[in-house]
Design a protein around this ligand. Structure first.
Ligand code: PSU
Ligand code: MN
Length: 299
C-alpha cells in the first residue's frame, strides 16, 4: 500500500522545498466539533505563514493521505467513524478500508516515510501519572526513538507525569531542545517545572542541529523542539491543578483506559475550564505550526 501524497506536497518535496507534517488526532479527538474543522484549517494556515507547505496526515477510506483536500479534512473533523490510530493501528485500519486519525506516533512514521523533515503538534503523549499501576505510557515515546523527524510541540501534555516522561525520553535517546527557554514547557503552562539541558533561540539554530545529526548518523530518532505557550496565553496554574486532579479521579472512577484516556482528559479540561483550556490548546498549536514552518524554511 502506498501513501497518497497531495499534489502540492509532492511538488514541494520533489523541489526540496519546506513541508511540515500535521497530525489529525488532535482534530478528531482533541478538539470539539464543529470548531475543530475551522481550527484544522487555521493550523495549516499557520504553517503557510511560517513559510512552508502543510501536510495533514490521516487515513481516509483505506488510503493513508499526506496532505488533505477540503473533503478529506472535513471527513476527519466531522465523521463519526474516525478511529484514533497509533502506529500499530494504522495497517490494520487501512487494510479494512477504515478511516482514522493519526496520533503523533503514526503521523511521525508516515511523515518520515514521505520524506518530510518537520512535524508540528500540540503536546506529545508520554508517561501517565498512574503508570506505576496501569503501565500507561504513550506509544509516541518509542515511535520518537525510532523515527527521524523534527517535532515542534509545547512539551508533553500536562495531564502526564512530566518528570517520568523526560526520563524516558532520555533513555530512548530522543534529543530535546527548548525554544527560547531553559525550562521544559508544560503544554497549557509555559513552564512544567523541569529544566532543560539545551536551548535554541532561532530557526537556523535548529536547522544547524538537523544538519549535524545527518552528518553524525544520529538522524534515526526524533529531535524535539519544545516551544512554550506564550506567557499571556497560558492557563491559570491554580485552575489547571484543580481541574487536573478532578479529571484524573473521574477517569479512574469511570474506568477509562487505553487510547480513550487522553481524549477523555482533554475533553474534561475543555468543559471544566469553560473553554479556557481549549483557547490555550489552540494558541499553542498555532504557534508550534508557525515555528515548524519557519524551521522548515530555514533548512
Ligand atoms: N496534542 C494535543 N491534542 C491531542 C494530542 C496531542 O494538543 O489530542 C493527541 C496526539 O495525537 C497524541 C495523542 O499522539 O494525543 C496521545 O495519545 P495517547 O496518550 O493515547 O498515546
Ligand atoms: Mn495510553
Amino acid at each position: 500500500m502506498s501513501l497518497a501524497i497531495a499534489p502540492e506536497v509532492a511538488a514541494a518535496l520533489d523541489a526540496g522545498g519546506p513541508v511540515v507534517a500535521l497530525e489529525s488526532t488532535i482534530v478528531s479527538h482533541g478538539l470539539p466539533r464543529p470548531d475543530n474543522l475551522r481550527i484544522a484549517r487555521e493550523i495549516e494556515d499557520a504553517v503557510r505563514a511560517g513559510g512552508a507547505v502543510p501536510a495533514t496526515i490521516a487515513l481516509v477510506d483505506g488510503v493513508v493521505r499526506v496532505g488533505l483536500d477540503d473533503a478529506a479534512l472535513e471527513a476527519i473533523a466531522l465523521r463519526e467513524d474516525v478511529v484514533k490510530c497509533s502506529a500499530r493501528d494504522l495497517a490494520v485500519a487501512a487494510a479494512r478500508g477504515g478511516t482514522g486519525a493519526t496520533t503523533v506516533a503514526a503521523t511521525a512514521h508516515v511523515a518520515a516515510q514521505a520524506g518530510i523533515a518537520l512535524f508540528a503538534t500540540g503536546g506529545l503523549g508520554g508517561v501517565h501519572r498512574e503508570a506505576r499501576s496501569t503501565w500507561d505510557e504513550s506509544a509516541d515515546l518509542v515511535a520518537l526513538a525510532r523515527t527521524g523527524i523534527c517535532i515542534v510541540c509545547a512539551g508533553v501534555k500536562s495531564i502526564l507525569d512530566v518528570g517520568a516522561t523526560l526520563e524516558r525520553l532520555e533513555t530512548l535517546g530522543v534529543s530535546v531542545v527548548g525554544y527560547g527557554t531553559d525550562r521544559f514547557p508544560g503544554f497549557y503552562l509555559a513552564d512544567s517545572g523541569f529544566p532543560l539541558t539545551w536551548r535554541v533561540d532561532a530557526p537556523d539554530e535548529v536547522a544547524a542541529i538537523l544538519a549535524a545529526r545527518v552528518g553524525l548518523g544520529l538522524d534515526g530518532g526524533a529531535l524535539v523542539v519544545a516551544n512554550p505557550i506564550a506567557a499571556g496565553d497560558q492557563l491559570d496554574p491554580v485552575l489547571h491543578e484543580r481541574v487536573l486532579s478532578e479529571s484524573l479521579a473521574a477517569a479512574t472512577e469511570q474506568g477509562v483506559t487505553g487510547r480513550d484516556v487522553t481524549p477523555f482528559l482533554l475533553a474534561r479540561f475543555h468543559a471544566e475550564t469553560a473553554g479556557a483550556s481549549l483557547e490555550a490548546n489552540v494558541r499553542l498549536v498555532l504557534a508550534n505550526a508557525h515555528l515548524a514552518g519557519r524551521i522548515a524554511a530555514a533548512r
